[in-house]
Design a protein around this ligand. Structure first.
Ligand code: SF4
Ligand code: SF4
Length: 165
């Protein structure tokens, strides 16, 4: 059943639709003012929010254990339209999630950056018009030492301190 729902997505497909969006909308709109399409376009597709995290004494630690439904090649979710039905702790990336403390989104996440007064990085697909620029800048999970969460027993043994988390 779940196997039937899994799909492979081409990250460039959604980037090809960016021409429909208002030019540089993120420079003059707050997150609250963005349309659904604008909000979705802000996601750079890095995949880092799909790593498992643990909270110890009020601090969030990322592990290199990825959600079983992440496609590590494209860094996209294989069950995107069904993710909340299938994975109970999959979080909707909404304003509340972006502002939650302690921070659990990576510090390169476009939502967190804009909400904290930073601009988009030069490698963001909204600027480059290329989904691959995230991987080329080594900001996605692609090529990293990762482990499928199904093989992990104790997450504390998989904590990572990558600079971009
Ligand atoms: S961390 Fe942010 S930019 Fe990266 S995939 Fe998750 S929501 Fe998108
Ligand atoms: S189900 Fe959620 S956590 Fe898992 S890959 Fe999809 S979006 Fe990421």
């Amino acid at each position: 059943m779940i196997d039937d729902l899994q799909e492979e997505y081409d990250p460039q497909e959604r980037v090809n639709e960016f021409y429909k969006l208002e030019s540089e909308f993120w420079k003059h709109k707050r997150l609250e003012q963005m349309s659904k399409a604008e909000w979705e376009a802000l996601c750079d597709g890095c995949g880092k929010c799909c790593l498992n995290k643990i909270e110890i004494k009020g601090k969030v630690y990322f592990t290199n254990a990825y959600c079983r439904f992440l496609d590590c090649k494209s860094c996209l979710c294989k069950i995107y339209d069904h993710r909340f039905e299938i994975v109970k702790d999959c979080r909707d990336i909404n304003l509340e999630a972006v502002r939650e403390k302690p921070r659990w989104l990576p510090k390169t996440c476009a939502y967190w950056l804009l909400d904290n007064g930073y601009d988009l990085p030069s490698w963001h697909p909204l600027i480059t018009k290329q989904a691959a620029s995230v991987k080329e800048a080594q900001m996605s999970l692609s090529g990293r030492n990762l482990i499928n969460e199904t093989k992990v027993k104790d997450y504390e043994n998989y904590i990572v301190d990558w600079q971009d988390l």
